[in-house]
Design a protein around this ligand. Structure first.
Ligand SMILES: C[S@@+](CC[C@H](N)C(=O)[O-])C[C@H]1O[C@@H](n2cnc3c(N)ncnc32)[C@H](O)[C@@H]1O
Length: 272
């Protein structure tokens, strides 16, 4: 069967998705695929293409199939233990880098690090040390691998724990960064199947209103932020911007909101 026929015959997926999946199955770049559209394939190659297209049609994210995702121009390894880093989260990283400026002595925490996307990019671009926490050992294994491949192993420390539980009472940070789980319970069933059925629920579900982890982080901030410190939190909706903003004010912080490039309120910054 010709490659062009396979692509034309695939109904359930977008053309972009089909092309990316066929490239993956055949180990070709897009350019190589376009030069081979009239080539006949069969046997093992055809089997591999069919299998990959079936997996993708069942909703398995391409990033899990390739095992990688670009974030802030770095290549991160990903698997089903970690959330696939999203482009919107780059806004939080931009804000953090602007706040850090040239300082290298800040104590920075990435809470809920997952693949390590936020903490690793900060360590690389700001040259600072970052402590990265996650409750999932499997996620931390991925994050450690990424720190090594991106060349910031020396500047990152990975800690397994439930939010701040692993730190002794006196530990304070100059900057707390987090993209916590924020999908509300009543939004769970409406979530795209690619996300709901394949990405780790613990990385996504934020309880009632999606606010559970924000509430716990905000409650700890008065004794976890150093004087003059900042917290940057990714948020999932305007409603969360209002509620979480109020939580940060109760914690004694001045609050600012930053929009993402599609104009949605995306990052809350709280400054001491
Ligand atoms: C939305 S994901 C963010 C992953 C990554 N920071 C990113 O932006 O791509 C949230 C992460 O928080 C972790 N997490 C959830 N509850 C936690 C808790 N109580 N303590 C520490 N980490 C937690 C999850 O395992 C998951 O890796």
């Amino acid at each position: 069967m010709r490659i062009s026929q396979i692509i034309a015959g695939e109904r359930g997926l977008s053309r972009t998705d089909v092309i990316a999946t066929v490239c993956l199955a055949l180990g070709l770049t897009k350019e190589q695929l376009f030069c081979r559209m009239d080539r006949e394939i069969g046997g093992e190659d055809l089997g591999a293409v069919r299998k990959a297209l079936d997996e993708r049609a069942a909703g398995r994210p391409l990033a899990y199939m390739t095992g990688t995702r670009e974030f802030f121009s770095e290549t991160f390894s990903v698997n089903e233990a970690v959330l696939i880093p999203r482009p919107e989260t780059e806004v939080l990283v931009e804000e953090a880098l602007a706040l850090i400026g040239g300082r290298r002595d800040l104590r920075i925490l990435d809470m809920g690090t997952g693949s390590g996307a936020i903490g690793i990019v900060i360590a690389k671009h700001a040259g600072s040390s970052v402590v990265c926490v996650d409750i999932s050992e499997a996620a931390l294994a991925v994050a450690r691998r990424n720190a090594r491949s991106i060349g910031v192993e020396e500047r990152t420390r990975f800690v397994c724990g439930d939010l701040f539980a692993a730190f002794s009472d006196g530990t304070r940070f100059d900057m707390v960064l987090s993209n916590p789980p924020y999908v509300a319970d009543d939004e769970w069933d409406e979530l795209m199947a690619d996300v709901r059925d394949f990405e780790p629920a613990r990385a996504l579900r934020g309880g009632e209103g999606g606010l559970e982890v924000y509430r716990r982080i905000a409650a700890e901030l008065p004794r976890r932020l150093a004087p003059g410190g900042s917290v940057l939190l990714e948020i999932g909706s305007e409603a969360q911007a209002g509620t979480v903003g109020a939580m940060l004010e109760v914690a004694g912080l001045r609050v600012k909101v930053r929009k993402d490039y599609s104009g949605r309120e995306r990052v809350l910054a709280g400054h001491g």
